[in-house]
Ligand binder design. Structure first.
Ligand SMILES: NC(=O)c1ccc[n+]([C@@H]2O[C@H](COP(=O)([O-])OP(=O)(O)OC[C@H]3O[C@@H](n4cnc5c(N)ncnc54)[C@H](OP(=O)(O)O)[C@@H]3O)[C@@H](O)[C@H]2O)c1
Length: 388
C-alpha cells in the first residue's frame, strides 16, 4: 500500500529553504521574512518533498510513501484555518493522485480543522492525525527514563502542559491508570475541564490539580510532558534541577537556548525509528533536490549521519504521526485511525503493538536533535535524587 504524509514548514527560515531547494526561479528566497510568508499564503504552494520508495518491515511487508509539504508556518496554519484546511485537503488529493490510500497529517496540519475531522470529511482518502502512536511512543520514552534513572513515579508530581489537547488528554488518562499525581496545565477554564474532573472518582480527583500558571506548575513537578499547539513557552531556566521534559510539540515547547543546562533532560519525544531491516533498503529513497542520494550504498552512513538523521524523514527520529501512517499502510488498513480530541487508550495500545510488530524502534532518544550523553543522564539523575 502507498501512503501520503502532509508536512509543513516549522519556521520561516524553512520556507526560505524550501523555496530555494525546489529551484523555484524567483527572488522570493532572498526577500524578507514577511514577504516570504505573504507569498506562501497567497500562492498556496504544495510540493512533494520526499519519497520512500520502499519501507520494509520486520514482517517483510513493504510499502512506499510520499511526503507533501504545505508551504505555511505553524502560525499561518493556526491563524488562517479555513485556507489551511483547503490546502491540506488539496495535498491529500495530490497524495491520492500519486496512489496513496492513507494519508497522515503531520504536526499542525493535524491540529487545524477540528483535529483532523474537517480534513477527513473533505479528503478523497482517509486521513489520520497519528496522535495515537505519538501518545504510545511518548509513554514508552517515559517508561524507559523511569527505568534508566530509577525514578519512583509515586514520589513525583507529573506535570502535563497543553491539557486538554488530544495528546495531553490521552497521556493524562494513561498516567491516571498508574495512580500517579498530576498537575495539568491548561490555558483556560472550559466546561470540558469541569466535566473531566467531575467524572473522576474521589480518590483520583485528589491526585489531580489543574493550573493555568506554568511557572508555578513547573516548580511543583520535575517530570513534564509538554504538547501544546503554541510552541516556545518553556524557558529551560524555569525548570528545577533534575527535571525531565518530554517535549512532544512541533514546533517544540521548550525554547532552544544556545546555552544548554547540564542538570536537566529535555527529550525530543514522540519520535520513533524505522524498522532496522529498512536501513538496507533506505538508500533507494529519492529526494528530489538531493540527487547525490543515488550515490553508492557505502556513502549511506555518512549521508544518514549528516543529512537525514535529524531531517524528520528518518530513518531515525521519525515523528510518530508518520510512524502511525506507515504502520497502517503496512497493515493494509486505510483507516482514519486517530481523529479528534478523544483517543481511546485501547487504540493507542493497538497501534503501538502493530508498530512494534513491524519493527519500529522506540528507544532512541535525542535532545534538540542531538544525542544524549551518559554524563547528561548521570547529572540529571543525581540532581533529581538530591532534591528528594
Ligand atoms: N512528535 C510527533 O510525532 C507529534 C505528532 C502529533 C502532534 N505533535 C505535536 O503535538 C502538539 C499537540 O498536538 P495535539 O494534536 O494534542 O494538539 P491539540 O489537541 O490542539 O492540543 C494542544 C493543546 O495545547 C493547548 N495550549 C496551547 N497553547 C498553550 C499554552 N500557552 N499553555 C497551555 N496550553 C496551551 C491548547 O489549548 P486550547 O484548548 O485552549 O486551544 C490545546 O488544548 C502539537 O505541537 C503537534 O504539532 C507531535
Amino acid at each position: 500500500m502507498k501512503f501520503g504524509f502532509i508536512a509543513h514548514a516549522r519556521w520561516t527560515s524553512e520556507l526560505r529553504k524550501i523555496f530555494l531547494l525546489r529551484h523555484d526561479v524567483s527572488l522570493i528566497p532572498f526577500k524578507s521574512n514577511k514577504a516570504i510568508e505573504k507569498k506562501s499564503l497567497e500562492a498556496g504552494l504544495i510540493k512533494d518533498i520526499f519519497t520512500y520508495r520502499k519501507v520494509l518491515s520486520a514482517q517483510k511487508t513493504r510499502c512506499s510513501g510520499r511526503v507533501f509539504c504545505v508551504f505555511l508556518t505553524p502560525e499561518q496554519l493556526l491563524e488562517n484555518q479555513e485556507r489551511a484546511v483547503e490546502l491540506v485537503v488539496e495535498a491529500c488529493s495530490q497524495a491520492k493522485e500519486w496512489g496513496a490510500e492513507i494519508v497522515g497529517l503531520g504536526a499542525m496540519t493535524a491540529v487545524i480543522g477540528s483535529r483532523g475531522r474537517e480534513t477527513n470529511a473533505q479528503s478523497p482518502v482517509p486521513v489520520t492525525t497519528g496522535n495515537s502512536l505519538t501518545v504510545y511512543s511518548s509513554l514508552k520514552a517515559f517508561q524507559e527514563m523511569v527505568k534508566k534513572l530509577e525514578i519512583d513515579i509515586h514520589r513525583q508530581k507529573i506535570v502535563i502542559v497543553g491539557f486538554p489537547g488530544s495528546i495531553a488528554l490521552a497521556i493524562t488518562r494513561a498516567l491516571l491508570e498508574e495512580g500517579v499525581s498530576l498537575v495539568l496545565v491548561s490555558r483556560r477554564t472550559t466546561p470540558f475541564l469541569k466535566r473531566f474532573m467531575a467524572d473522576l472518582d474521589e480518590a483520583t480527583r485528589k491526585k489531580v490539580e489543574i493550573s493555568s500558571d506554568l511557572p508555578d506548575a513547573l516548580s511543583k513537578g520535575k517530570i513534564i510532558f509538554s504538547a501544546t499547539s503554541s510552541g516556545n513557552l518553556i524557558d529551560p531556566d524555569m525548570l528545577q534541577p533534575g527535571s525531565i521534559v518530554f517535549d512532544i510539540a512541533q514546533p517544540r515547547d521548550v525554547i532552544n537556548k544556545k546555552e544548554k543546562r547540564k542538570d536537566v533532560l529535555i527529550i525530543d519525544a514522540g519520535t520513533v525509528s524505522l524498522p532496522r531491516t529498512t536501513l538496507f533498503n533506505y538508500h533507494s529513497i529519492s529526494l528530489p533536490f538531493f540527487s547525490f542520494l543515488t550515490l553508492p550504498a557505502w556513502t549511506w552512513q555518512f549521508r544518514e549521519q549528516h543529512f537525514l538523521n535529524y531531517s524528520g524523514v528518518g530513518p531515525y527520529y521519525l515523528p510518530s504521526c508518520l510512524g502511525e501512517t506507515i504502520t497502517l499502510a503496512m497493515e493494509g488498513r486505510p483507516e482514519s485511525f486517530s481523529l479528534g480530541r478523544e483517543l481511546p487508550l485501547d487504540r493507542v495500545r493497538e497501534i503501538g503493538r502493530l508498530s512494534e510488530k513491524h519493527g519500529f524502534i522506540f528507544d532512541q532518544f535525542i535532545s534538540f536533535d542531538r544525542g544524549i550523553s551518559q554524563e547528561q543522564y548521570g547529572r540529571t539523575k543525581k540532581a533529581l535524587n538530591n532534591a528528594h
